[in-house]
Ligand binder design. Structure first.
Ligand SMILES: Nc1nc2c(ncn2[C@@H]2O[C@H](COP(=O)(O)OP(=O)(O)OP(=O)(O)O)[C@@H](O)[C@H]2O)c(=O)[nH]1
Ligand SMILES: [Mg+2]
Length: 420
């Protein structure tokens, strides 16, 4: 496919990676710097006229817009260029479609795609008179209308199918918990190195690739050499500017994160500072609502590619985003740092006692919470007039922790049974 790019920013590196993953050839790029897209046509109409002339000689297969198109803009651009136009989400969905392999991933991608296309179709149903649209749906108003109705039915069917798969997944998960498995999930931005880390820890052979979204289905493997049974779960990567609808299509996959006992939140520590921060914030924003009470450890991958100064620089940025959660740097290639992950999992295995408490909102409570972190997995939630605390710890530490909480004017709401 020969693609022409339109962008209102000069930052094209991620779009290049996405198009490279699709094996599209970029034949020309047009950049018109603007703070916000033109409301009717993304680029200003004068610039569009110019491009229409210019691409006549190039004759690309597709025009890729480095941003998010509203249905009306999409309609205008396709009419002007007489070419298929896709935006960034459209590109991502094409990658998803190509990479989906399991029945669940295929259904999730189909659902995401149909939901994404709905508003565009509605626009075409409203506007189409004689079927001038190039590319798909070129059969005119009637065909568009039929397709739209068909899509709606299909969406319902897919939603039902995914609920069924998700229920099966839930049964499997609770069986594993009953059998005493500890579940550790990998989450993070696409290409962060999640699958490579899984392979390094589990000796598995999940596909590792520089393409984006290589893993669209979850894979579960046992981590060998650990006391007790520990399962590691690789999950789909995140990317910025994904509409919630798309994330929701992957809901059942992301549930694996929610129900795990520990989340390893992987980021590529070799990324440039600005990109590192953007990816980390994006992934964290998507991740946090998905993790519930599960403790998170941030994992800086690919440390073999960076200097110790860069590690320290990244540490500062990341710690600013993840707060007092633990941060470990690793390399799946040299295996550096992997022992720290195993150690952390070991600790988790003993932390099966929960203390619930409330603390007053004062500085002393915050310093107590920092003191609790090395000993336990702490979740704090600020309520109107108190801090609600859930502390998972080792039974040996529970009495000490309860003592500290009481000394800081805390009220113990739930505590483990006393040691006999
Ligand atoms: N130098 C170095 N490269 C790594 C390391 N881990 C992963 N990579 C490279 O980073 C790229 C992405 O790795 P993956 O493990 O596929 O990343 P992922 O997070 O699973 O990506 P998606 O499944 O696409 O979301 C590949 O080209 C790997 O070879 C590492 O420890 N060191
Ligand atoms: Mg992967």
């Amino acid at each position: 496919m020969r693609a022409v790019i339109l962008s209102i920013t000069t930052d094209l590196s991620e779009l290049y990676s996405l198009l490279h993953t699709l094996k599209y050839e970029i034949v020309k790029e047009f950049v018109q710097k603007r703070d916000v897209p033109h409301s009717a046509s993304h680029f200003g109409p004068g610039k569009i006229d110019e491009i229409v002339e210019e691409i006549k000689g190039i004759d690309p297969d597709v025009i890729v817009i480095n941003g998010h198109l509203k249905p009306s803009q999409h309609h205008v651009l396709e009419m002007r260029f007489q070419k298929e136009c896709i935006d960034r989400v459209g590109v991502i969905l094409r990658i998803f479609s190509e990479h989906a392999q399991t029945p669940e991933a295929i259904a999730q991608v189909q659902l995401a795609r149909l939901r994404y296309e709905q508003p565009f179709l509605r626009e075409w149903v409203n506007k189409a008179k004689s079927g001038e649209r190039p590319g798909f749906l070129s059969g005119g108003a009637y065909a568009t209308d039929v397709y739209y109705e068909h899509a709606r039915t299909h969406i319902k069917r897919l939603e039902k199918k995914l609920i069924d798969i998700s229920e099966g997944r839930g049964v499997k998960r609770s069986r594993r918990h009953e059998q005493g498995y500890l579940l550790v999930s990998l989450a993070g931005y696409t290409n962060a190195g999640k699958s490579a880390l899984m392979n390094a820890l589990c000796g598995s052979d999940v596909e590792v690739s520089s393409e984006l979204f290589s893993s669209l289905s979850t894979t579960t493997r046992r981590i060998p050499g650990m006391k007790g049974n520990v399962l590691m779960i690789d999950t789909v990567g995140f990317i910025r500017d994904l509409p919630p609808d798309l994330i929701n299509a992957f809901k059942s996959t992301l549930e694996e994160i929610f129900y795990s006992d520990l989340v390893l939140f992987v980021f590529d520590s070799s990324d440039d500072t600005e990109i590192l921060e953007m990816k980390m914030r994006t992934a964290f924003d998507i991740l946090l609502p998905k993790v519930g009470d599960t403790p998170i450890v941030a994992i800086g991958s690919k440390m073999d590619k960076i200097s110790s100064e860069k590690i320290e620089e990244s540490r500062k940025i990341i710690q600013g985003i993840i707060g007092s959660r633990q941060l470990i740097f690793v390399s799946s290639f040299t295996k550096d740092g992997l022992d720290l992950i195993r150690e952390r999992i070991h600790e988790m295995q003993g932390r099966n006692h929960v203390i619930e408490a409330s603390l007053p909102i004062v500085d002393e409570s915050y310093s107590l919470i920092s003191r609790l972190h090395p000993l336990s997995d702490v979740i704090s939630d600020i309520k109107e007039d108190h801090i609600r605390l859930s502390v998972r710890c080792n039974i040996d530490d529970s009495e000490k922790i309860i003592g500290w909480l009481r000394a800081s004017n805390g009220t113990i709401l739930v505590q483990p049974p006393p040691l006999s």
